[in-house]
Design a protein around this ligand. Structure first.
Ligand SMILES: Nc1ncnc2c1ncn2[C@@H]1O[C@H](COP(=O)(O)OP(=O)(O)OP(=O)(O)O)[C@@H](O)[C@H]1O
Length: 302
């Protein structure tokens, strides 16, 4: 049984198909990035997992069960939702203590969790004066209270400064790889999560576009070779089966031939090339291409 399972999940709001037949799982000991542009359906999926949205069809399960059927949800699932609201007049410590008391957890967990997220110094301060980054850390602290093994985090990097994002990356990896947690983290900014995640699920306009391990998704791209030459090399490249894009005069991006084949071709045609660089198709490129593509093709389907 997977820690998190989304099975054929669909949800519409009026005419908008927010989530359209999405399926994926998250296993213990791994971080999965749930990526997609704004409005892709990420929040709706995560809210379905937390019992805050009722799916039209399909299921969203944690430890094989619906969230609403869990007896002690805070000890099984830690959640951070977008725009979590806190009572502004309450201190960070009091906010967490109230949660502990409602969930039957020892009150000492509040300070432990604040310490873990780097908010120990602000424990006695009113949340009303917190920056967005501090609120995010507080939200994360609340997710940690029951020491759960499943984390569902919606854009947790929002509002964090670069050092906060760096800290979050390390912390999510620690939760998964050292504490064996299953972590599902959404983002519309790939660079925030690409150094953290083991697996990637990409969604655009409600539909799952691609899923796989980070390694798979960074290798599958249609990678190009940059070739710099002042000669008219394009016909020879195309005759050899390559697809050629002229980036600027004298600089070509060549698909379908590797650097060695291009070098041999240049030699055969007595063409002087001054640069041959293999472009690594990173996930950023895959992410952009897939989401743009899906936006174009799914346009009109809804
Ligand atoms: N309660 C709701 N009522 C009406 N429409 C909704 C509701 N919740 C979401 N939607 C719509 O469903 C689609 C998916 O929204 P969702 O918030 O799940 O996307 P998202 O990927 O989380 O995007 P963002 O990062 O902008 O929050 C959007 O078109 C959104 O406007």
């Amino acid at each position: 049984m997977s820690a998190i399972e989304i099975r054929n999940l669909s949800k519409s709001f009026g005419l908008v198909r927010a989530v359209n037949d999405v399926s994926f799982t998250v296993e213990a000991g791994s971080v999965t990035g749930y990526l997609g542009p704004n409005g892709a359906g990420k929040t709706t999926t995560l809210r379905s997992l937390l019992g805050l949205v009722t799916p039209d069809t399909g299921e969203a399960l944690v430890n094989g069960r619906r969230y609403t059927s869990l007896t002690h949800p805070l000890t099984e699932v830690g959640a951070v939702l977008e725009a979590t609201s806190f009572h502004p007049g309450r201190t960070a410590r009091n906010h967490l203590r109230i949660m502990c008391s409602a969930a039957g957890l020892p009150p000492g967990r509040a300070d432990e969790a604040l310490e873990t997220v780097g908010l120990a110094d602000a424990a006695g301060k009113r949340v009303g004066g917190f920056s967005l980054g501090m609120r995010q850390r507080l939200a994360l602290a609340s997710a940690l209270l029951g020491e759960p093994k499943i984390f569902i985090l919606d854009e947790p990097a929002n509002g964090l400064d670069p050092s906060g994002i760096q800290w979050l990356r390390g912390f999510l990896r620690h939760l998964a790889h050292e504490r064996g947690a299953a972590v599902l983290v959404s983002s519309h900014v790939l660079s925030e999560v690409e150094q953290t995640v083991d697996n990637v699920v990409i969604i655009a306009r409600g539909r799952l576009v691609r899923q796989g391990t980070l390694a798979e998704l960074t290798q599958n791209g249609d990678s190009a070779v940059r070739v710099r030459t002042t000669a008219d090399f394009r016909p020879a490249l195309e005759a050899a089966g390559a697809r050629v894009q002229e980036v600027e005069p004298g600089l070509l991006r060549v698909y379908g031939l590797d650097a060695e084949a291009i070098g041999q071709l240049a030699l055969d045609h007595r063409v002087l090339i001054t640069e041959v660089t293999q472009e690594r198709s990173d996930l950023q490129q895959v992410f952009l291409e897939l989401t743009e593509e899906t936006q174009a093709t799914v346009e009109g389907v809804r």
